[in-house]
Design a protein around this ligand. Structure first.
Ligand code: G1P
Length: 301
């Protein structure tokens, strides 16, 4: 029988130190691209892929994230009273249904693999998705939807993959390629954050995964890998060593690394330029500052 993917894990326990001081009191995942929190894009993408259960692996200080997904009856009532229908609809679009969301804590920051392992009992013995909200991906068909469609064919582990330049491979999980099969790339290995010059390819893992329960079983081993952390990459490769297929999937779409300030800013500008209510003003403003910067640098030549 073919399995369906209905559960997704969102590892959101990280402290977001790259965004301090903002993240001193605001969880990074609540920071907004224009006016929607990062995590909302991840949830929307999961929903579009048919996910029914949303499992957040959190940590101390992430209360605002749970509040965000709660219904807000007072706010809704006040918008209803003042006839702000559009805002009311936007607000309602963020509500999670009763019982479809679960939060559990990763009590120690032991790595991405450990965060995923924390959700093992909620996942049980079925395939599941993992979404890293830092990786924001836009495109005609949402990335996870593309992957779920591919999974329906392969019924094997699939990780989103994208080429990165040589000097960036040490920041990612990197695939060792066995064979190209269209959008899919069969792997013969996977290395987390290889030392510069030792990368098996330039194909990097991006934060979307569809995994089999074998990966959870492999995480039981609590093997400590790169950076002294329990790595998801290692457990996926262990599942491959145990005989399962692991594919990289070259998704269609633009990926923004919102775990970095530059990526976050790029996504903010790109998302704002997509918005009818903001596009014209922003475009005019960008044009103006770019022109004046050019003028200044020309004058300095
Ligand atoms: C994590 C994964 C890594 C993957 C990356 C994608 O790393 O461990 O394999 O390539 O996400 O964004 P992190 O960015 O958390 O260091």
């Amino acid at each position: 029988m073919r399995s369906k993917v209905t559960k997704a894990i969102f590892p959101v326990a990280g402290m977001g130190t790259r965004f301090l001081p903002a993240t001193k009191s605001v969880p990074k995942e609540i920071m907004t691209l224009v006016d929607r929190p990062l995590v909302q894009y991840a949830v929307d993408e999961a929903r579009a892929a048919g996910i029914k259960e949303f499992i957040f692996v959190t940590s101390r200080g992430k209360g605002a994230l749970e509040d965000y997904f709660d219904s807000a009856p007072q706010l809704e009532q006040s918008l209803r009273k003042s006839g702000k229908k559009e805002l009311l609809e936007i607000l309602k679009s963020t509500n999670m249904g009763s019982g479809e969301v679960a939060y559990l804590r990763q009590h120690q920051p032991l790595g991405l693999g450990h965060a995923v392992w924390c959700a093992r009992r909620l996942v049980g013995n079925e395939p599941f998705a993992v979404i890293l909200p830092d990786d924001v991906i836009t495109g005609k068909t949402p990335c996870l939807r593309q992957m779920v469609d591919a999974f329906e064919e392969t019924q094997s582990n699939i990780v989103a993959a994208m080429e990165v330049p040589d000097d960036k491979t040490s920041s990612y999980g990197i695939l060792d390629i066995q064979e190209h099969r269209g959008d899919l790339v069969l792997t013969k290995g996977m290395v987390e954050k290889p030392a510069p010059g030792t990368q098996p390819s330039n194909l990097a893992v991006i934060g979307r995964y569809i995994l089999t329960p074998t990966v959870l079983e492999k995480l039981n081993r609590k093997h400590v890998g790169a950076g002294g952390e329990i790595q998801l990459t290692d457990a996926i490769d262990d599942a491959r060593n145990a005989g399962e297929d692991v594919y990289g999937f070259r998704f269609e779409g633009q990926r923004y690394d919102c775990g970095s300030k530059a990526g976050f800013l790029q996504a903010t500008v790109a998302f704002a330029l997509e918005r009818e209510d903001l596009r014209d003003d922003l475009r005019a403003f960008l044009h103006e500052i770019l022109m004046s910067e050019e003028a200044v640098s020309k004058a300095a030549e």
